[in-house]
Design a protein around this ligand. Sequence first.
Ligand SMILES: [Zn+2]
Length: 118
Amino acid sequence: MEQKHVLQTSLENANYERLVCPVCGFDYIHIRSISVATGLNTITIGHHGTFITNSPTSESEKASLYRGVRVILEYICESRHHGKIILQFHKGNVIVEHERLEDIDLTDPNLEWDIWRC
Ligand SMILES: [Zn+2]
């Protein structure tokens, strides 16, 4: 059963909330990439750097349907779940969407967990 929330109130600090897996609610979640799609192009920051597409992508086409920017955060949960949390601007509101992707094999030695981590 999927969770309805992507934020969890912190028990230690009332000044912030934690992002949680929309599938299982686990708060051990990694940001794999972030993309910003307009109706014209998509900018993505991922493990291998920053990339700009100057032609429409599926995400930029969706952004143009809503008449606003689309911010896509690709995550991996430490319980194997993989997906996108999407902030879609539309006429003064921001719609939060979730798109589940295929679960991840956590034993893959080449798995790219994060955009960057020290
Ligand atoms: Zn999960």
